[in-house]
Design a protein around this ligand. Structure first.
Ligand code: MRU
Length: 364
């Protein structure tokens, strides 16, 4: 089965009971796949960022639960639940910020318990179908965000994106890059400035690779160039993805996003966030409650295996920051475009059914 439907980008694939992950640590030089046949292998792949991006790690974890259930004892609902809880904990502990991971694992846990209590004779098959549903829904959500969000991109726009919120970060098509793709599909001319995204270089290694594959005009810049380009009027809007959006609209995303949002504010440039509902966490009241992953100093003190800082230097490496909601112009979801005030409008977006109107649905 083939799922990454964007110009040949196949981020995740479930085939004959194994999860195949495009190894994102090897891009853009090599397009190789890592096969996972146990949940521990899936957990390791998420931790090592072979698969990364909030929705994609959620989808991968869904399949991790299928693999974890494979060896579970089904003597009783209690023993099965205990085993699955342990699998869930192991998957969730890999990366703390992206809420899609917890969302997908909890959905699989709930579904498994329900099927066991209903006396399912093919639990693995049932779970496999649920994980495939999560994958398919994510792809559909990306397409819908694209359809709705592309209205914010005028013909001839020059925009900037940070990190990778594309097909590689999702089941396919992307969130922020999905909006850009949809603008192109609507016949608009766009040019994308791609932030390099230190230290893991998701911008240069992944976003530039994706955009070039799709023949979307782009220019790579280092992260510290954005302000100067804005000052010169070369950037008309910024669009990013998110790893977790709190109930008040504060949005955690790749480190450097907050600085971009501030720059947008200072230059009166719109700053949009595109994210599916699986990224919105109404149980987290505001941004300062979002756990921020701290990653290894090695990512900062080495480049391509070469040390670029003195031995013993102190290093800080938070993988994400939080953009306060007041700097976000709108949040693009698959269920509509959410405007301020976010606290009430984010609640509304969960209450309403999806729309198939041609015009975007404005919430707020
Ligand atoms: O550390 P990463 O590469 O997993 O971080 C990814 C991001 O910050 C993305 O912008 C975010 O997950 C949104 S992806 C649709």
């Amino acid at each position: 089965m083939w799922y990454g439907r964007t110009m040949g980008i196949k981020t995740l694939e479930w085939k004959k009971g194994k999860l195949y992950l495009l190894d994102q640590t090897k891009l853009p030089e090599e397009e190789t796949y890592v096969a996972c046949s146990t949940y521990q292998e899936v957990a390791q792949a998420i931790k090592n960022m072979i698969v990364r991006g909030a929705p994609a790690i959620g989808v991968a974890a869904g399949f991790g639960m299928v693999l974890g259930a494979r060896h579970a004892t089904r003597k009783s609902l209690d023993s099965f639940s205990k085993h699955l809880d342990q699998v869930a904990r192991s998957l969730i502990s890999t990366r703390p910020t992206a809420v899609n991971l917890i969302w997908a694992v909890e959905r699989m846990q709930k579904f498994a318990r329900q099927r066991v209590s209903e006396g399912s004779h093919d639990l693995e098959g049932d779970l496999e179908k649920e994980a495939l549903r999560i994958m398919e829904e994510d792809l559909q959500a990306c397409r819908e965000m694209g359809r709705q969000g592309q209205v914010f991109i005028p013909d001839g726009a020059s925009l900037l994106t940070h990190c990778n919120a594309g097909a590689l970060a999702t089941a396919g098509y992307g969130t922020a890059l999905g909006v850009i793709r949809a603008a192109r599909e609507a016949g608009k001319r766009v040019h994308v400035y791609v932030d390099e995204t230190r230290p893991f270089l998701q911008g240069s290694r992944l976003t530039a690779w994706e955009l070039m594959k799709d023949r979307i005009p782009c220019t790579l810049i280092t992260d510290n160039m954005a302000g100067w380009l804005m000052y010169q009027g070369k950037i008309h809007l910024v669009i990013t993805g998110a790893d977790r959006i709190a109930a008040n609209g504060d949005a955690a995303n790749k480190i450097g996003t907050y600085s971009l949002a501030l720059l947008c504010h200072a230059h009166r440039i719109p700053f949009y966030v595109a994210a599916p509902l699986s990224t919105i966490d109404l149980s987290t009241a505001k941004g300062d409650r979002i756990p921020i992953e701290q990653r290894s100093p090695a990512e900062i003190i080495n480049i391509l295996g070469r040390r670029i800082a003195p031995e013993g230097v102190k290093v800080l490496n938070p993988a994400f920051d939080v953009t306060p909601h007041r700097f976000i112009s709108a949040i693009i979801t698959e269920r509509g475009i959410v405007q301020k005030p976010y606290r009430s409008n984010l609640k509304k977006v969960f209450q309403r059914a999806g729309t198939r109107d041609d015009d975007p649905t404005l919430i707020g």
